[in-house]
Design a protein around this ligand. Structure first.
Ligand code: FMN
Length: 144
C-alpha cells in the first residue's frame, strides 16, 4: 500500500518530524515565496495524491490558523474519497485553543469537503516539555 506524508514547513519543525517517520513517502508543498503574509501564494510544487491510499497531511499553525500555503494546497485537491487520512500540526503557543485545535478543525473541514475522512488528528506543541513524548507517541502509531 502506498503511503505519503504531504507537508508544508516554513522553519523546519514540521519537517523534522516528517523525517523521522518511516514507511511514508515525504512530499513537501513548496510555495514560490515563503513569506507568510502573502494571501494568495503561488505553489510551485503541489504533490499528487492519486496513487496514495494512506496520507498524512501536516502543517504549522500561522496566525491561529492553518498556514495559507497548506490551506491553498488542500483546497486545490480533487476527490479524497476512500483514502485513510490523518493530520497533524505543529504550533508554539501553550494552549491548544490558541492555534492547534482550530487549525486541525479547519484542515478536517477542507478534507471532508473533498469527501475525505479524517482518522487521527494530532497537535504538537513545540514549546512544551512533553514535545518529544508527543512526537514519539505519534510516530509509534505508524510504525508496524
Ligand atoms: C508567521 C507565523 C505565525 C505563527 N502563528 C502561530 C499561532 O498563531 N499559534 C501558534 O501556536 N504558533 C504560531 N506560530 C509558530 C509555528 O506554528 C511553530 O513554530 C511551528 O512549529 C512552525 O513549524 P515549521 O517549522 O514546520 O514551519 C507561528 C509562526 C509563524 C512563522
Amino acid at each position: 500500500m502506498e503511503k505519503a506524508i504531504i507537508y508544508y514547513s516554513k522553519t523546519g519543525n514540521t519537517e523534522s518530524i516528517v523525517k523521522r517517520m518511516r514507511g511514508f513517502k515525504a512530499l513537501r508543498v513548496v510555495p514560490e515565496d515563503d513569506n507568510p503574509n502573502i494571501q494568495d501564494p503561488v505553489i510551485v510544487d503541489s504533490p499528487e495524491v492519486k496513487v496514495y491510499q494512506e496520507i498524512i497531511f501536516a502543517s504549522p499553525v500561522h496566525g491561529f490558523q492553518l498556514a495559507i500555503v497548506m490551506r491553498k494546497y488542500l483546497e486545490s485537491l480533487d476527490d479524497l474519497n476512500g483514502k485513510t487520512i490523518d493530520i497533524f500540526v505543529t504550533h508554539h503557543f501553550p494552549f491548544a485553543w490558541m492555534g492547534g485545535n482550530p487549525t486541525l478543525k479547519q484542515m478536517k473541514k477542507i478534507i471532508e469537503s473533498k469527501n475525505g475522512q479524517v482518522r487521527q488528528m494530532t497537535s504538537i506543541n513545540w514549546t512544551s516539555k512533553k514535545r518529544e513524548k508527543s512526537i514519539i507517541d505519534m510516530i509509534a502509531k505508524y510504525q508496524e
